[in-house]
Design a protein around this ligand. Structure first.
Ligand SMILES: *Cc1c(COP(=O)(O)O)cnc(C)c1O
Length: 390
């Protein structure tokens, strides 16, 4: 690389440093869990998305190890070539049964799963309607659809009336409504019953990303559709991630037989990538059973959520209504949020600061991520530290 190419990158990195936006990683010296071992200290972990405390679960680790011994380390190819092994196929059927949809496809990550849905279902002559606060992977998927000729529009967060007007004005052949079910920086829910009604009225598909609902919400942790008592309508394309509550990694898309077969034939991020190791599918099959039998874990998680919300009511920061494991404590100012996160870190409490552009200007926040692995004492320790820091 020539020096000038390098120096343009270095200049941008220096700008990031100057703005306090240069990112770095922390190395954990032990499995993901209630505590995070970093820099030789044990810290209470309020940073992971391991909502049920399954990532470090020994039964899942054993299922993965047994899976590797039985099926090898790698899948060897993409699913459509020769990489679709029996554990992958079994997992698909288990996910379809668990979510109630006709069929499911699995992916190595949620990012890839989202890239397979929107740009594959929407091209020239079609239209995509996306919530303003959708996850980055859904935004990138929308950009790909746009590059493929689709009309793309973003509606104000959860604004069903605005979405209704956009849909009514559209002459597109195929219409897709695309939304997170639980918004990842706020923890609030999309109004799925109203969105499904709109989808029916305007003959649109409803594409939902249940990354933070799957495993957590609804009976047996079946997700946000089950939480609202909604059926697995053929109009719905459900994406769920398997690296958060499920504690392993990967993702799925579930839907009608036709939609799933279409994605299998046309979804570039499904076709042109090596299938996940079969041992991952083995661990995920075990995880699905733990999720289904996980009422005790969910009870603990929801008790933790209630305890945090009760205790935080007297704090000088805003805690918007969130019924989920994601509890945003909105501080506002970027520097104040960073300082608060740093002060908690020094007290061995790991709570990440989230700043613009990830969230709107003036709404920098602590993103407190709760888990079934936390105890009531853990929540009290965090609350006591926050009170001390007011
Ligand atoms: C985490 C997340 C993804 C991406 O899933 P990965 O499996 O981590 O790639 C997609 N959508 C939402 C809403 C997420 O929170």
């Amino acid at each position: 690389m020539t020096p000038s190419l390098e120096s343009s990158l270095a200049a941008e990195l220096a700008e990031l440093s100057a703005a306090g936006l240069r990112r770095r990683r922390r190395v954990l010296d032990a499995p993901c869990g209630r505590m995070a071992a970093v820099d030789g200290r044990q810290r209470l972990n309020f940073a992971s998305n391991d909502y049920l405390g399954l990532a470090g679960d020994s039964a899942l680790a054993r299922a993965m190890a047994d899976g590797a011994l039985a099926w090898g380390a790698g899948s060897g190819a993409a699913h459509l070539v020769s990489g679709h092994l029996a554990p992958h196929d079994a997992l698909e059927r288990e996910i379809a049964a668990f979510t109630g949809f006709a069929r499911a496809l699995t992916f190595s990550t949620g990012y890839l799963a989202n890239l397979a849905v929107t740009p594959t279902l929407a091209g020239r002559g079609d239209a995509v309607f996306a919530d303003k606060l959708n996850h980055a992977s859904l935004i990138d998927a929308m950009q790909l659809a746009k590059a493929g000729g689709a009309d793309t529009q973003r509606y104000p967060h959860n604004d069903v009336a605005a979405l209704d007007r956009l849909l009514a004005a559209s002459r597109a052949r195929r219409k897709l409504i695309v939304t997170d079910t639980v918004f990842s920086m706020d923890g609030d829910l999309a109004p799925l019953p109203l969105l499904l009604e709109l989808a029916e009225r305007h003959d649109a598909w409803l594409v939902i990303d249940d990354a933070h609902g799957f495993g957590v919400l609804g009976p047996q942790g079946r997700g946000n559709l089950a939480h609202f008592g909604l059926p697995a309508s053929p109009r719905i394309v459900l994406m769920g991630t398997l690296g958060k509550a499920a504690g392993v990694g990967g993702a799925f898309v579930a839907g009608s037989e036709t939609v799933i077969d279409y994605l299998l034939n046309r979804g570039r991020s499904y076709i042109f990538t090596t299938a996940a190791p079969p041992a991952v599918a083995c661990a995920l099959s075990a995880s699905l059973r733990l999720i289904g039998d996980g009422d005790a874990r969910r009870r603990q998680l929801f008790a933790n959520i209630a305890r945090l919300r009760d205790g935080a009511a007297g704090l000088p920061w805003t805690l918007p209504a969130s019924p989920t494991a994601i509890q945003p404590l909105i501080v506002g100012d970027n520097a104040a949020t960073l300082a608060l996160s740093q002060a908690l870190w020094e007290r061995d409490l790991w709570v990440p600061a989230i700043r613009p552009p990830t969230v709107p200007k003036g709404t920098a926040r602590l993103r407190i991520s709760l888990s079934a692995a936390h105890t009531a004492d853990d929540i009290d320790r965090l609350l006591a530290a926050l009170k001390e820091l007011t």
